[in-house]
Design a protein around this ligand. Structure first.
Ligand code: FDA
Length: 308
């Protein structure tokens, strides 16, 4: 309930303005966001990689409303990929892209613009020796995102997708994508969605996550288990064993700043673990989703605002 209220209230422009005025270095923002610049993102990557972890980097931004902004986001990814290659990090670092940050929501040709920007990023990623995964946003974008994924995969079959267990449609999407070479990141889902398309109850979402994992683990693709939930992480391990999967034929993924000890524990246990690192100036939407996931985060957030 609190999650739905917070996700709703966060759409207020006044609240967005007040919160966005906080410095990125302030407690709660710094916990979840690695910084605002490319060098800060590279530094965070270096630290995690030196501890045996892999990363995927997200240049923050979403729901871009003009073409120049969409192009600027694509350029930021090109700069990031160059910097990662120069630092010798691309064997362990890939990028995650929100299509709404590269033009998907623009009126008229939005989908086409997002496809072309994503294609440019995929090309740069391949030249740098790494890959791209397309993030998944609210359900009104799912068909468009999967259609752009299909187009991209014709030239860049290594492009990954995200599926959200809370959507009723996801088991079907898992079956479609559990094919050779297909990288699928499975998460619970972070947006405020109506009952008509998504499970609302936490237990129903968890059960749907297990059903989706079964399909992915028994399929031909590369499952990326994106969750901090200890039960789901344990079940993923059992399902992988039962499906006869070797370590390295699937991976665990967690967000920057969430359960860092568990990230290291799994990695030391021989598992591939990838940390999703968000960075950039437009961190508001991302921060709100993290706050909404866990009421305890709101206390840290309130303290950050008071000490501002
Ligand atoms: P759950 O929310 O039940 O949390 C399990 C435990 O993890 C909690 O008890 C707590 O210990 C810890 N935890 C979880 N969230 C926390 C938080 N914010 N702060 C502190 N502790 C927390 N969503 C989406 O809609 N589209 C996307 O593209 C992506 N991409 C993505 C990539 C990666 C790598 C991850 C890990 C997640 C996403 N997500 C996402 C977010 C995802 O949908 C989901 O909202 C969060 O991962 C939280 O769900 P959990 O599976 O962790 O379970």
């Amino acid at each position: 309930m609190l999650r739905r209220i917070l996700l709703g209230v966060s759409r207020s422009p006044q609240i967005k303005k007040a919160v966005s005025a906080m410095p990125v270095s302030s407690g709660i923002v710094a916990r979840f966001v690695a910084g605002e610049t490319t060098p800060e993102a590279v530094l965070a990557t270096e630290k995690l990689v030196s501890n045996g972890l892999h990363v995927t980097l997200d240049h923050l931004g979403e729901d871009v409303t003009d073409l120049a902004q969409a192009t600027a986001t694509a350029d930021a990814y090109l700069e990031l990929l160059r910097a990662l290659a120069e630092a010798g990090l691309t064997a362990n670092a890939e990028v995650s892209v929100k299509l709404s940050a590269v033009g998907q929501a623009l009126p008229g040709d939005g989908e086409k613009i997002a496809l072309e920007n994503a294609r440019t990023i995929c090309h740069a990623a391949r030249n740098a020796g790494t890959t791209v995964t397309l993030d998944m946003e609210d359900h009104t974008t799912t068909d468009s995102t999967l259609s752009i994924l299909r187009e991209l995969r014709q030239d860049f079959p290594e492009t990954g997708a995200v599926l959200q267990a809370y959507l009723h449609r996801t088991e079907g999407d898992c079956r479609d994508l559990a094919t050779t070479g297909s990288r699928v990141r499975l998460c619970k889902g972070a947006y405020k969605e109506p009952e008509s398309v998504a499970y609302q109850d936490k237990r129903a979402v968890d059960k749907a996550y297990v059903r989706a994992m079964k399909i992915l683990m028994n399929g031909e693709g590369y499952p990326m288990i994106a969750s901090h939930d200890p039960r789901l992480i344990a079940i993923a391990g059992s399902l992988a064993d039962r499906a006869g999967r070797e370590r390295g034929s699937y991976e665990y993924q967690m967000l920057y700043g969430i359960r860092p000890e568990e990230q290291l524990r799994l990695s030391r246990d021989g598992q591939t673990v990838r940390v999703y690192i968000p960075y950039g100036e437009d961190w508001y939407g991302y921060l709100v989703r993290r706050l909404a996931e866990r009421p305890a985060n709101l206390q840290f957030f309130a303290r950050s605002l008071i000490s501002k």
